[in-house]
Design a protein around this ligand. Structure first.
Ligand SMILES: O=C[C@H](O)[C@H](O)COP(=O)(O)O
Ligand SMILES: C=C(OP(=O)(O)O)C(=O)O
Ligand SMILES: [Mn+2]
Length: 443
């Protein structure tokens, strides 16, 4: 048997109950003939950047929706998300004085693990929504049936999103001389926008200075933005895995970077088995129950050759636990000689249900978890390598607190997420300024 299929004999958590397995096989066959969404060489490039992160020379900004939707694969939606990502990256690069590796939770983040298989509303029980790649968001029995056709739609929505991303980032929109333009629709009414505008003015002056010194303006014309998603549905990921013609090695060409979620990181499970065989840079989410032994065993399994940039640990402990839980993990991993990149996801350990029933997160908890992450790494002399966040480019009301001080009673106003609550654009920019400061202070 092809080793890329050995996961099929292992327990795979969080897979949908596809009602028609023959149809699933047919769709997987179609997917396996479709062109790659990314190229192996690009994945290697990202791996080299992540190796720099692991060495302490760069910082990762990874973010986007919790769950992308098919209807969100539009020019406006993608541009707004990219704009926010670029603004955050500029803040971090300039105010934090550090090269920023930009990775979108974009172009493939269509499948969700859930804590409960069923959703109950007013006594009616239906299968939980598992992302547009699996079933529909509407609370009807028809919508909630897993449909393999959705895997094909996910591929096409990812292709559209990636095409837009490549056009925006390579075609001039992301040119550093556009720093003001990204902010136009934002600056007047928001403190974060005004703060950003002042920083953009400084960048202008710095660019003019460099230009006067003879720097080539073309250097600032393009940026690299990489794609990433949770590698959850193994039938999809396997179908998009190809042998790289240069090296003869397998790459999952559905995204540059794939990660294993907190709910699917079982050492003897299917996800770890599949992911150890692909050559992309990969991540693993580490929640509050992770032991140092778990982390070391994951390293042995997923990065036996200790390849620089191969493995990133994304910790998501919760603001109240990070200062207690993270030090031992980092100490023991560092002592083992493994060089992983450490990234902080300050979202998933801080979710709670408001009285109104909306899932939400406090902006202050998000900031506190990042602060704890920095404190732990600074105390140990290790590198706080980045942040992984859920945000959107729109002015949604999903997380409480932040500049506009959204309160629980406001959540209903613009609660648009298909899964977890995201930072809105102002909250995301505020966070970027705070992270930049934390980065600079401890350096
Ligand atoms: O995004 C992550 C998970 O899918 C999400 O946190 C699970 O949410 P649930 O507890 O509502 O299932
Ligand atoms: C499911 C997610 O996170 P975790 O696996 O950390 O719960 C996510 O990133 O949306
Ligand atoms: Mn999420």
């Amino acid at each position: 048997m092809d080793l890329l299929d050995s996961w099929r004999d292992l327990p795979a958590a969080q897979q949908p109950d596809w009602p028609d397995p023959a149809r699933l096989r047919d769709v997987a066959g179609q997917l396996s003939k479709l062109p790659p969404l990314v190229f192996a060489g690009e994945c290697d490039q990202l791996k080299a950047h992540l190796a720099a992160v692991a060495r302490g020379e760069a910082f990762v900004l990874q973010g986007g929706d919790c769950a992308e939707t098919f209807s969100g694969a539009t020019a406006d939606d993608v541009r707004n998300k990219l704009k926010t990502l670029l603004q955050m990256a500029v803040v971090l690069t300039y105010a934090g004085s550090v090269p920023v590796v930009k990775i979108g939770r974009m172009a493939g983040q269509f499948a969700k693990p859930r804590s409960k298989p069923l959703e109950v509303r007013d006594g009616v029980e239906l299968p939980a929504y598992r992302g547009d790649m699996v079933n529909g968001f509407d609370f009807t029995p028809e919508a909630r049936v897993p449909d393999p056709e959705r895997l094909l739609r996910a591929y096409h929505a990812a292709a559209v999103t990636l095409n837009l991303t490549r056009a925006f980032t390579q075609g001039g929109y992301a040119d550093l001389r556009q720093v003001h333009a990204w902010n136009h629709d934002f600056v007047a009414e928001s403190p974060a926008g005004q703060r950003y505008e002042r920083l953009a003015g400084e960048i202008d002056r710095a660019l003019a200075f460099m230009h006067a010194c003879g720097a080539d303006p073309e250097e600032f014309h393009r940026v690299e933005v990489y794609s990433s998603h949770e590698a959850l549905l193994l039938d999809y990921e396997r179908a998009l895995t190809r042998i790289d013609s240069r090296s003869g090695l397998p790459y999952d060409v559905s995204a540059h970077f794939l990660w294993i979620g907190e709910r699917t990181r079982q050492l003897d499970g299917a996800h770890v088995d599949f992911m150890r065989r692909i050559r992309n840079p990969i991540g693993v989410k580490l929640g509050p129950t992770t032991t140092a032994e778990d982390a070391l065993a994951l390293i042995d399994r997923l990065d036996p050759d200790r390849e620089p940039g191969r493995l990133t640990f994304v910790t998501r402990m919760g603001a109240g636990r990070i200062r207690d839980n993270l030090p031992t993990l980092v100490e023991k991993v560092t002592a083992s000689g493994a060089q992983v990149a450490w990234i902080c996801d300050p979202m998933h350990g801080n979710t709670f249900e408001a009285e109104s029933g909306y899932k939400t997160r406090r902006f202050d908890d998000v900031v506190d978890e990042v602060a704890g992450f920095f404190e732990v790494h600074r105390a140990l002399g290790t590198h706080p390598g980045g942040v992984h966040i859920e945000f959107t480019g729109d002015d949604v009301t999903e997380c409480v607190g932040g500049g506009h001080d959204i309160v629980e009673d406001d959540l209903h106003q613009r609660y648009e997420t298909a899964c977890d609550p995201r930072l809105n654009r102002g909250q995301a920019l505020d966070l970027a300024f705070m992270v930049a400061e934390m980065y600079r202070i401890g350096k």
